[in-house]
Design a protein around this ligand. Sequence first.
Ligand code: HEM
Length: 567
Amino acid sequence: MAFSEIASLALGPLTKAALIGATIVLVTELFKRLTKRSPYENLPGPKPSSSTMGYILDMHDPDNVDFHFKMTERHGHVARLKGGILGSDALYISDPLALHSILVKDQYNFRESTEFSGLFGVIHHGDQLASVWGEEHKKQRKLMNPVFTAAHVSRLSPLFHRIATELRERLKVEVKSNPGSTTTLNILDRLTRTALELISQGGIGHTFNSFDKNSKEFKEFHSALQDVLPSASSLFFIIPFLESWRKKEPVWLRRFVASLGYVIPWSALRRFTEAVNVMHPVCAKVFYQKKALFDEGGIAALANTASGGRDLATLLMQANAEADEEDRMPDETVIANMSAIILGGQETTSGAMSRVLDLMTLDTDLQEWLREEINEALAKKNGEPLDFYELNALPRLDATCREALRLFAPVTFVWRETMKDAVVPLQYPVTDTKTGKEIQEILIHEGTTVYVGMGALNRSKALWGPDAAEFKPQRWIGHHAHESTIQNIKTPGIFSNIMTFLGGGRGCPGMKFALLEIKTVMSVLLPTFRFEKTDATVAWRLGITLTPFVEGKEEEGPQVPMKVSLM
Ligand code: HEM
């Protein structure tokens, strides 16, 4: 029996018509894509390694961070990313003026992608900063921005100092227990625990007892944090549907479908479902405990909690209670934002702290230079801890943090969707590859995906000079931030004229919090320990954040080994 005969028996005429219809649409779409000229074909850009997938594989290749870091050097500040058979061209932009339009001036026209909103909406069980845009985003930021100000963050200094001291004391025990008082250890593990305590105690007023090696709560929560984004990346073809799915009614049906994540034999889906269901209940529990206290005794009752009522969630609840009716967030939005604060602030910071220490093992003179400054400052205070303002007044420590965050932005790029056509001016004109003429502005078409190259702009030689790719903390000493570029060019970055914490309405609210964490930990560790390199080479691989692995030992998971000894 011929295939067509079997098909006509098996399928009803309606199904057959639908199949034929779908095939025609698919073939027409494919034909259109293959024959349509890209509006960006005259722009320079990398040749994709796959003609089917286009730029996607190169963009996300974990072992090719240089694709991003060397983008401006190789292709300039606006590059065409050639799409594959199934995808259109995108733009990779690291031009400071163009990014000012995209992130600040015309920010509502360049919105977070629906994939991003959907994914983070599901991860945090509801709308929060990372999944909303436009007016709703503005409304949430209006309530949340005051929570992250220097005045509030500075009050966390004693708490951060206490946590950093706990790390120091535990490290001392580890080092002393080794003959010769030097031990080789994976500092990333210790700093991951520290960062989780800093963000959980400072962010939501909760402890995971992270320093306790047997802490079940730490293990569960940390593996959820570690797993959630990598497992999501394996679900890439369902991610585009999450945004509409997460709002579908009735709720019981959505819950039922979500519970299938546990039974469908697909390990990435299962890991994702498990991670998502670990994080939310913790934040909800902490929130309702706080709410009960607050309802009973007001803000004074919250002041008696472990963080002294200084944690960000308490401040947010207070701001929410005092806000006008129309500005107020529902409980589930506050909970989702607590979850977003933890996810946004954990891996980024543990990575950044590990990076700073790793850099110091590569340059022992730098380490000594910093130690000297911290010791002098401590001596002036008779050994009393340095607070937020005193730490910020240390030029060497400040310069080292700026330079590490410039050269090694933990988040290398973000992406945006273009809502309608927009003309964007350029700081650095690009050369038309066909005519050789200079292009001073580009027309970005509706629907174009725009990648914001933060790591690329941070390393642009046009901006930072020929030594842009070198680690030179001295470049910051004695300069205002914008003077550190060679022509006093301003970027839209909210911190130090670099793009690491992004810029505009979606710039990282946790920037001051993160800097206080890094500086406090350095000020506590450096006077006590010497850090030296081992034979291992640490390579930072690209993910949502940069993650360190030992070359040849990737299967052992992320690590930053170093020798630690007492001073
Ligand atoms: C070195 C550490 C950090 C780096 C490099 C960093 C970087 C960033 C970047 C690049 C974004 C923008 C993401 C996007 O628009 O797609 C962002 C957003 C965000 N960050 Fe951070 N971050 C850090 C630490 C923190 C900390 C400690 C917190 C919390 C205390 C935090 C909370 C957030 C939140 C809630 C958002 C979403 C903001 C919004 O969409 O309006 N981050 N961060």
